[in-house]
Design a protein. Structure first.
Length: 279
């Protein structure tokens, strides 16, 4: 079980999870951080201070999309489904909303859900290697001049624009930072990824959907200014002037649990259509 930073919000749902686990003869495992946050009593259905194992049956993620992304990265490359309960703002990746927890959490223990395999982006460079489920982004540093970034597909440089940064996003991540950049929404199940500039200083900069077999190389063309690199919103490194990163499509990395009716298009209408009419 993984949760966000506000344990008081998730406490009722966690109590229900413990009850359901006990009734199902299952064990709910909490690592040291989750044990500290929730202060549950040990019992037959609760294992505290448990190290993360990748051979569990299911992972419950209680929080927003950030918490669900952490769970998906934790179990990337395995068959462990992530069952997300939305305790965040949008919760586009969530399996159910918090209001439905008491009515629908039992379905997780009964196996009444489908599993969608989500692709990722494998990004690597001189500073390390990481896996993104949503996106990899490069940003100008606060107080510095605009970034001078270029990207190439294979040996062909496709775009070079002075901007606030650049985003490489999966279909799941296309509704995040990429969407805010004016990039296209890619339906789940589409193979490929999208590259878009952040606040480009150009009238002609366009987002590009890249084929899954192509490799995207992002170059920092600035002579002086480094840029910050984030993976799924988490800072991972700095890209100095003259250095580059490579991004590759990585198929079938995350397993996202879905209940009946929770299609991509249903989520798109409910999450973004509802937000648009609310304002």
């Amino acid at each position: 079980m993984l949760t966000h930073r506000r344990p008081a919000e998730t406490a009722p749902a966690i109590e229900l999870l413990v009850e359901l686990a006990e009734a199902a003869g299952a064990v709910l495992r909490l690592d040291a951080e989750e044990t500290r946050k929730h202060r549950l009593r040990p019992g037959p259905a609760v294992e505290l201070d448990a190290p993360v194992r990748r051979d569990v049956d299911i992972c419950f993620a209680l929080g927003g999309d950030g918490t669900i992304l952490t769970a998906l990265r934790t179990y990337a490359g395995t068959a462990v489904p992530v069952f997300g309960i939305n305790f965040g703002e949008i919760g586009f990746l969530a399996t159910i909303d918090r209001e439905a927890a008491f009515a629908q959490l039992g379905r997780a223990f009964d196996g009444e859900f489908e599993v969608l395999r989500l692709p990722g982006i494998a990004v690597s460079g001189a500073r390390g290697a990481w896996l993104a489920i949503n996106d990899v982004s490069m940003h100008r540093q606060p107080g510095n001049r605009v970034a001078d970034l270029a990207y190439a597909i294979g040996s062909d440089e496709v775009g070079r624009v002075r901007s606030d940064g650049l985003v490489v996003a999966t279909p799941a991540g296309s509704t995040g930072y990429n969407l805010a950049n004016g990039g296209p929404v890619m339906a789940w199940g589409v193979e490929g990824f999208v590259v878009s500039f952040i606040a480009p200083h150009s009238l002609t900069a366009r987002a590009l959907v890249v084929a899954p077999t192509d490799v995207v190389t992002v170059h920092n063309r600035s002579q002086e200014e480094p840029v910050d690199v984030t993976v799924d919103g988490r800072p991972v490194c700095t890209l100095p002037p003259g250095e580059q990163l490579e991004a590759r499509f990585a198929d079938r990395q995350g397993c996202l649990a879905q209940v009946e009716g929770a299609t991509f298009y249903h989520r798109l209408r409910e999450k973004f259509g509802r937000l648009a009419t609310a304002h």
